[in-house]
Design a protein around this ligand. Structure first.
Ligand SMILES: Nc1nc2c(ncn2[C@@H]2O[C@H](COP(=O)(O)OP(=O)(O)OP(=O)(O)O)[C@@H](O)[C@H]2O)c(=O)[nH]1
Ligand SMILES: [Mg+2]
Length: 336
């Protein structure tokens, strides 16, 4: 008789008890979770699995074939470089959920953040700012879901690490008696498959694996450093008045040389645990062996260092940014 297929309730992988070296291994098929999820939850031991982004695109295509509502999740500290990417694949009705509100300063108004995304004309039914970690705006989100859903099923999609599984766990904790044990972690590719979670008789949330951003710094730092990079608390922005010829060094990971422009203001929005230092650029050689990237920053733009956060620059500036060669850096209109 053929064995019945069973999937991990933490990450969605097909469970198997035959090969320890392969995905989905569990000591006994009686278990509900795989060994990888078990170790992440109980010991904080993380094991990176590299998922191909074709799988992610296949998932988007399969969601597109349904008529179901989609929650598109964005991490406010790591806003996608290309916001239109999602719409290349998904025509469904969708709500834009701006997640991890708690890490941006309280002084920034939600309306201002929402306005930024509404101006991008991305064709969402609605836009909402939330923080599942702080249980912020989750009631309003559920209200929106009920208002716009087209069937029982609601898909939760977005890049890896934006907090999709955390959001579903929080919705379930708040509004359902059913158990929900989605595994969450600070590493990319935690969720490996679609997972349906029944919140009530007329609402099922479907978690999905996220798109891995190869340019995100989390792929290139030691797991121990991840804790420092991922802000746990509200970011206290650090402002520096810089003159041409000065530089900022951030957490021994990034160096920004200000090479041309008038007296200028640089505000760093990154984890409080990352030390920021200012030097005269001729006096220090630190991090100069990293890949240099010359950039022209326009009036009121941010310099984004993928996975770390951003630096708001007020006036026009020419800068040289030194960072690991794989990490994506770019400018965008100031978020806040
Ligand atoms: N500060 C903050 N961190 C959050 C919040 N929600 C999730 N996180 C953190 O973000 C990281 C990723 O969370 P996950 O829920 O695993 O993200 P995901 O989108 O499911 O990731 P994949 O399964 O890899 O696609 C974890 O370290 C979470 O603790 C939030 O509201 N605020
Ligand atoms: Mg997940």
């Amino acid at each position: 008789m053929e064995k019945q297929k069973k999937y991990c309730i933490g990450c969605g992988i097909l469970l198997q008890d035959e090969n320890m070296m392969q995905e989905g291994y569990t000591t006994s098929i009686e278990n509900d979770i795989c060994s990888r999820c078990f170790r992440m939850r109980n010991y904080g031991e993380y094991q990176i699995i590299t998922k191909s982004n074709e799988d992610y695109i296949d998932i988007l295509k399969s969601v597109n074939k349904t008529n179901d509502l989609v929650l598109y999740i964005i991490d406010l500290l790591n806003v996608d470089k290309d916001l239109t990417f999602f719409r290349k694949y998904i025509n469904n009705k969708a709500i834009l959920v701006l997640n991890k509100r708690d890490v941006l300063p309280k002084s920034v108004k939600d309306e201002k953040i929402i306005e930024y995304f509404k101006n991008a004309n991305l064709n969402f039914q609605d836009v909402i700012v939330v923080s599942p970690k702080k249980n912020y705006n989750i009631d309003d989100l559920l209200f929106m879901i009920k208002k716009y859903k087209t069937s029982k099923n609601v898909y939760v999609v977005g890049h890896t690490n934006v907090g999709k599984s955390t959001l579903i766990n929080t919705l379930m904790k708040n509004y359902s008696d059913n158990d929900c044990f989605l595994t969450i972690s600070p590493l990319p590719s935690t969720t490996l498959n679609k997972i349906s979670i029944k919140l009530s008789d007329d609402l099922t949330l479907i978690d999905t694996p996220g798109l891995v951003d190869r340019g995100n710094i989390v792929n290139y730092v030691e797991p121990t450093l991840l804790k420092k990079i991922n802000p746990k608390k509200e970011i206290k922005p650090k402002t520096y008045q810089l003159k041409k010829g000065q530089c900022l060094i951030i957490g021994n990971l990034v160096r920004i040389d200000y090479v041309a422009g008038n007296k200028n203001s640089f505000t760093v929005f990154m984890s409080n645990d990352l030390k920021v230092e200012r030097f005269n650029l001729n006096n220090v050689l630190k991090l100069k062996d990293l890949n240099p990237h010359e950039m022209d920053v326009l009036f009121h733009e941010d310099i984004v260092i993928s996975g770390l956060g951003f630096i708001k620059v007020v006036e026009e500036a020419k800068v040289v940014v030194y960072v690991d060669k794989n990490v994506d850096i770019y400018t965008r209109r100031s978020l806040i």
